[in-house]
Design a protein around this ligand. Structure first.
Ligand code: HDE
Length: 663
């Protein structure tokens, strides 16, 4: 062990004192350095997306875009480009829970041979606002209220809904954030989107519009709201632990990159504007072209050095990728670099290893805080003639913007083409399956029930009436709102002729698989050893994770006298942590666990969260005590195969109306 300046440390346990029991001495350089560094360990957290988790991996091109984009990363099929990806929630502090109802960030840094390209996206394809000038207001309203500094990591409070109800343009996004997309089961089971329309530019300078989509190989999956609330207590690190573990176990999360490519003529056919980030182009209208895959195969070595210091900047593009005039995107091009300046302490943060490009970097920018490079020579200006190897511009290979013809008056104005705020909100709702629609209604009811100001509640319901009267009525009913709903006056009414887009639903395209999921098995002394063996082998054959929950973490003695160790002790292994559960108890085991509230709650939660429950016949009294009503997802006396096959089909949504009121 040495000091920062390399002197060997002789004693790291005791400070230097004047006498055995005397005061510490100011000359103790070892103590001073250690405490001082510790005092400065933290940097400001991100103003939004503070809580996040990242991993390394690669992007591999599977379909060349030659002729569409001149970016090298999109030209050479089979080539792998290193990436760093950071997932995040938006509103909460760095130490908040993973399971907040929130948008998830999906930021990808591609270390291409032509420089870094940062595709800083979300898991939802649209956004709350149309113009960057409203972003500080949106975030202020969602963050803890400024006088009281609560609530943390949630939009369920007055200021958010006050703002939202006065911003009709946020309505489409609200449908998404109240949907199950905002409570994903895992980062590995989320879609990702670039949100804005970007441009590809080819060798000839011709442009094509592009929208970016990430498709998870494991399929999408979400949890239910009550489950999310409980996971926040049982394991606030649920998502980061899940990603960390799966990468460590060698099951590498994977996404396909899909593109929606189109030209000006195609864009002009829509009634909405493709520059409006509150709108999307349904895949049924413009299918995705799959061009590559993203694989995350390496956890970070150090969270702070890599994930915390990662600086994603929307303005980091490479030749062949260009911006559009989306007014939200335009503001973002400024914001990211700007916020990094204070967060990372100066203009040289691109030199931090996680941010440094993996290609040659040559420029004439010099000095500044924390300059790590040592530029040589006399020339730090251009044009210059004194140094032959001084960096020179390259009009052929360099960044060139699409030569978009522009002419117009300087105006502070919102284009007419941005005026329809409700049609796609309605289309989104009616593209969902019935259980998903029910969840959206419940989410609005939950959130608005936390709003203390009645007028705000009513105004939001009035805004929903613009989307569809039935949606507003259902929410009003759940809130117990008295009187007639007053729609908020609007200039453009929701279109009712848009075709539903099943690709917007999670359940309509859910995969029937247990891959990457977790099966939890409750056992105790006397459990049938063969059953446990069959469940474990069956789950693992399906690439699922199998976990044992026992009264004691040391384990339980099976019917054959052998010990099976617990992965969790009952109180620490709540059923909310698993996708499907098996209650593998003998008569003795049941007698013991009937006295444990945690065991009753374990089964009750699994049932009310619509999970598939397998159980031994002997376990019946515990199921009864937990209020389990028999249905197709309750497999009493089932063998391992029967249980696992049904579990792979997903949750038992038909059960939902039996466990809570659907408004
Ligand atoms: Fe961001 N956003 N954002 N955002 N955003 C930041 O940059 C901002 C928006 C997104 O893992 C900040 O480094 C403005 C849309 C992600 O490090 C900040 C506007 C989308 C991350 C910022 C938006 C995003 C951020 C805070 C409206 C989806 C986390 C810390 C004009 C396409 C990146 C930072 C990471 C982070 C500004 C809207 C995604 C303040 C001004 C739309 C995933 O610069």
């Amino acid at each position: 062990m040495t000091t920062q300046t390399g002197a060997i440390v002789a004693d790291d346990e005791n400070s230097l004192k004047a006498g055995e029991r005397g005061p510490a001495l100011l000359e103790d350089s070892v103590l001073l350095e250690k405490i001082q560094h510790f005092d400065h360990e933290r940097i400001p957290e991100r103003i939004v997306h503070a809580r996040g988790f990242g991993a390394h991996g690669y992007f591999e091109l599977t379909d060349s875009l030659k002729g569409i984009s001149r970016a090298g990363i999109f030209n050479e099929v089979g080539v792998q480009t290193p990436v760093f990806v950071r997932f995040s929630t938006v509103a909460g502090n760095k130490g908040s829970t993973d399971l907040a109802r929130d948008v998830r960030g999906f930021a990808v840094k591609f270390y291409t041979k032509e420089g870094n390209w940062d595709l800083v996206g979300n898991n939802i394809p649209v956004f709350f606002i149309q113009d960057a000038i409203k972003f500080p207001d949106l975030i202020h309203s969602a963050k803890p209220e400024p006088d009281r500094e609560f609530p943390q990591a949630q939009t369920a409070h007055d200021t958010f809904w006050d703002f939202a109800s006065l911003m009709p343009e946020s309505t489409h996004m609200l449908m998404w954030t109240m949907s199950d997309r905002a409570i994903p089961r895992s980062f590995r089971m989320m879609e990702g989107f670039g949100v804005h329309t970007y441009r590809f530019v080819n060798e000839k300078g011709a442009a094509t519009f592009v929208k970016f989509h990430w498709r998870p190989k494991l399929g999408m999956q979400s949890v239910v709201w009550d489950e999310a609330l409980k996971i926040s207590g049982a394991d606030p690190d649920f998502h980061r632990r899940d990603l960390w573990n799966s990468i460590n176990e060698g099951s590498f999360p994977e996404w396909e990159l899909g593109l929606q490519l189109f030209d000006e003529d195609f864009a002009n056919k829509f009634e909405f504007d493709v520059l409006d980030a509150t709108k999307l182009i349904p895949e049924e209208v413009l299918p995705l072209r799959i061009v590559g895959r993203l694989v995350l195969d390496r956890n970070v070595d150090n969270f702070f050095a890599e994930t915390e210091q990662a600086a994603f900047c929307v303005r980091n593009v490479v030749p062949g990728i260009d911006f559009t005039n989306d007014p939200l995107l335009q503001g973002r091009i400024f914001s990211y670099q700007d916020t990094q300046l204070i967060r990372l302490g100066g203009p040289n943060f691109q030199q931090i290893p996680i941010n440094a490009p993996q290609c040659p970097v040559m420029h004439l920018q010099r000095d500044g805080h924390m300059q790590m490079a040592v530029p040589t020579g006399r020339v730090n200006y251009s044009p210059s003639s004194l140094q032959a190897d001084s960096p020179r511009q390259d009009p052929q290979r360099g960044l060139t913007s699409f030569a978009e013809p522009l002419d117009g008056n300087k105006l502070r104005i919102r284009a007419e083409s941005f005026a329809d705020h409700f049609s796609q909100a309605r289309q989104f709702f009616y593209s969902q399956t019935e259980p998903e629609q029910n969840h959206i209604i419940s989410a609005f009811i939950f959130e608005l029930s936390k709003v203390e100001t009645k007028a705000v509640r009513e105004r939001m319901v009035g805004q929903l009436a613009n989307v569809d009267p039935e949606i507003a009525e259902r929410v009003a009913k759940g809130l117990g709102l008295q009187g007639k709903i007053q729609p908020v006056p609007t200039t453009v009414e929701a279109r009712t002729d848009l075709d539903p887009s099943p690709s917007l639903s999670i359940l309509a395209k859910a995969k029937e698989t247990l891959e990457g999921r977790k099966v939890g098995c409750l056992l105790a002394d006397g459990t049938d050893a063969n059953l446990i063996k069959a469940l474990k082998t069956g789950a693992e054959k399906r690439n699922a994770n199998f976990a044992v929950i026992a009264p004691k973490v040391g384990g339980a003695l099976m019917s054959n006298g052998k010990l099976v160790e617990g992965d969790f002790q009952l109180a620490g292994g709540s059923s909310v942590l698993f996708d499907a559960v098996f209650v593998a108890l003998s008569e003795d085991g049941v007698a013991m666990l009937l006295k444990e509230a945690a065991a009753v709650a374990w089964v009750h939660d699994a049932f009310s969260h619509c999970k598939v429950i397998g159980a031994t016949e002997a376990a019946r009294p515990l199921l009864d005590a937990a209020g389990v009503i028999s249905d197709e997802g309750v497999l009493l006396g089932a063998n391992a195969e029967e249980f696992l096959s049904r579990a792979a089909e997903g949750r038992v949504w038909q059960r939902e109306p039996k466990v809570r009121t659907i408004y």
